[in-house]
Write a protein that binds this ligand. Sequence first.
Ligand SMILES: [Zn+2]
Length: 98
Amino acid sequence: MRRHLIVVRPLHEHDCCACQLVGIHKGHDLYFCPPSRVEENGSYIARRSSDGPDYVSQPAHIVAQFSDGILGEARRRHLALQEMLMAFHDRMMPPGWD
Ligand SMILES: [Zn+2]
């Protein structure tokens, strides 16, 4: 069985080390920034260049309501990744191990 590891590197520099790259779309690096507190729900970010302020971001619950545009794309990619990871987890872990 062949195994492939796909390493995706962001196009631009980004200054938040908590952010998770969820994809690249039309020249934008798309990120999910996890919440710092349990009661929050994180935010989505689309960075267009390495210039510090050259990005857009919205809280995840706002993006969930208006899911079009570049941040909607970030959310779709993030949810798809989460689903993949859940499926991977289910395959790797014997029943009763979560
Ligand atoms: Zn971040």
